[in-house]
Design a protein around this ligand. Structure first.
Ligand SMILES: [Zn+2]
Length: 286
């Protein structure tokens, strides 16, 4: 789980860094009105984070997400307030009203990260088609991230509809276009599919599953070609770096499971949100 803390911290730092940088370069003036609308959007993000928590608990058990959350310790039904763990932290000291067990740490973290991300997106994109789509894609990726980390699963019930949304989204996403999206999706799917097939042929087993190839297809569709190559590159570098830290820190052994999906999501989000900055920085080196 320490890898999760590392990645989440990295994600928040990255978003904060680009936000400060974009303020610096574009000298965006933060009007009080704009800030209060961003705060409202963040509040929506908080509620969406609570729904993502519910989905992350229920979907791997093949349960419906239509009813409210239950306490993981005593199975007692939670009221609406307890479903938003940040509120429960303020009002009930983050404890279950029935048995007093503390909320799992993932709940408030996911709510906070989702709320901050929503605020950041509002200030960066303003009211636009891009804002809606990037918000939607990010929520899907956060859900896949949490489920992959906790259950080592990339659920088809999440990723197949996501692929459909990404194909439809590419019709209206500014500067992307269906052709670049489909090319990106096909490229990254085949890339990871080849790794899975090669792994089975060469070693008789594979560290990567078919779910990773489906996730790669989704990330290729939303970033497009050739940007998806940068996303894969970041995923491979980040995965290698975190694995090395965990192995050197003796948290994991060389043969332990590494959730590749998590790194793929980090790379995909980085390119989706920071694509232009990353590319200009990269080409600026030469
Ligand atoms: Zn309880």
């Amino acid at each position: 789980m320490s890898a999760c803390y590392l990645l989440l911290t990295w994600l928040i730092l990255q978003l904060g860094f680009v936000f400060v940088k974009s303020l610096w370069y574009n000298s965006v003036s933060l009007e009080p009105v704009e800030c209060s609308v961003a705060a409202l959007y963040a509040l929506l993000g908080l509620l969406v984070g609570a729904v993502l928590n519910l989905a992350a608990d229920r979907l791997p058990q093949r349960d419906s997400i239509r009813s409210l959350a239950q306490c993981p310790h005593c199975q007692g039904e939670w009221a609406l307030v307890d479903n938003v763990s940040l509120l429960a932290l303020l009002l009930r000291r983050g404890r279950c009203p029935h048995c007093g067990a503390p909320h799992p740490w993932r709940r408030p973290i996911l709510e906070l990260v989702t709320a901050l991300t929503f605020a950041f997106y509002w200030l960066r994109y303003g009211p636009s088609v891009q804002l809606v789509l990037i918000t939607l894609y990010t929520c899907i990726l956060f859900l896949v991230f949490v489920i992959d980390l906790e259950h080592r699963l990339i659920l088809r019930v999440v990723i197949f509809p996501a692929i459909g949304i990404a194909i439809l989204g590419s019709l209206v996403y500014p500067g992307l276009g269906v052709r670049r999206a489909l090319l990106g999706g096909a490229f990254s799917f085949l890339f990871f599919f080849a790794i899975v097939v090669f792994g089975r042929l060469a070693f008789g087993r594979t560290a990567m599953g078919g779910g990773d190839a489906n996730l790669a297809a989704f990330i290729g569709l939303i970033t497009g070609f050739p940007e998806v190559i940068l996303a894969i590159l970041i995923a491979v570098l980040l995965g290698g770096l975190v694995s090395l830290i965990l192995i050197l820190g003796r948290v994991k052994k060389l043969k332990s499971y590494i959730p590749y999906g998590v790194f793929l999501i980090a790379g995909g989000l980085a390119v989706l949100v920071l694509g232009e900055e990353l590319l200009s920085w990269y080409f600026g080196l030469y």
